[in-house]
Design a protein around this ligand. Sequence first.
Ligand code: SAH
Length: 237
Amino acid sequence: MAQVRLFVEHPLGEGQSVSLTREQAHYLFGVMRLGPGDSLLLFDGRSGEFRAKVAEAGRRGGTLICAAQTRPLRMPPDLWLMFAPIRKARTDFIVEKATELGAARIRPVQTEFTNAERIRRDRLRAHAIEAAEQCGGTFVPDIDDLARLDTVLDGWPADRNLMFCDEALAGQARPLAHRPGPWAILIGPEGGFSPAERARLVAMVQAVPVSLGPRILRADTAAVAALTLWQSRLGDW
Ligand code: SAH
C-alpha cells in the first residue's frame, strides 16, 4: 500500500510529537484507516520529510511521534509564478501544477483585463499542500494575496528576471534567453495584456519577452508550458 504523506504546520524533528487537527485525524483514521502503531510520512515545508508513527488516534484528534528523517528539505529554484486569476477550477489547477513543477512563490496579479476581483488564499494554499503531499515534495510554495500588476511592477526587484509570456509573439521565434539570477514567469488573463501593459513590460530591462509557440494557449495551459520551458532550460530538472 502506498505510504500516507501528510503536511503539518508544526516544526518536525526526530522524537517530536505532533498533535493532529480534527481534519487531519478524520483523514488519517477515518479515510485512510490508520491506527495506533501505523507509520506514515510527514513534512512541514521547512524541515524535510520524517517517518512518524501514530501514538494516539481519536475521532477529533490524535498524536504522532516523529522518527528519523527520510528526506532533506528540497527547495525549488527561486522562481515566482505570476498569473491573472481565471475561473476557480482553473486557478486551482494552476496552483496545483506550479507546486508540482517547482515554483517557490505564487503571486496572483490583477491586470487590466482580469475578471476575478479576489482569490481565496486559504483554498489555493490547500491545493498547494495537497499537490506537495502527492508529488513527494517537501516544500509548499507561498501564495500571495491578489495584487495589481502595476503595483507589483512598481516595486520590481532590480535583479529578478521576468519571463514575459506575450501572446502577441505567438508564432515568432522568441526562445527563452539564458540569464543568471532569480526569475519570475508572467502569464496574462484570458483577455490578454492591454497595449499599455505590454508597452510597460517590454520597456523593463528585467523583462525577457517569450513566445510559447504558434498557437494561443489558454492561461492555465500557458502556465504549465512556461514552467516546463523555464525548468528545462534554467531550472532543476
Ligand atoms: N485573449 C488573448 C489570449 C490570452 S491567452 C488573445 O486572443 O490574444 C492567456 C495568456 O497565456 C497570455 O496573456 C499569455 O501570457 C499566455 N500565452 C498564451 N499563448 C501564448 C503564446 N503562444 N506565446 C506566449 N504567451 C502565450
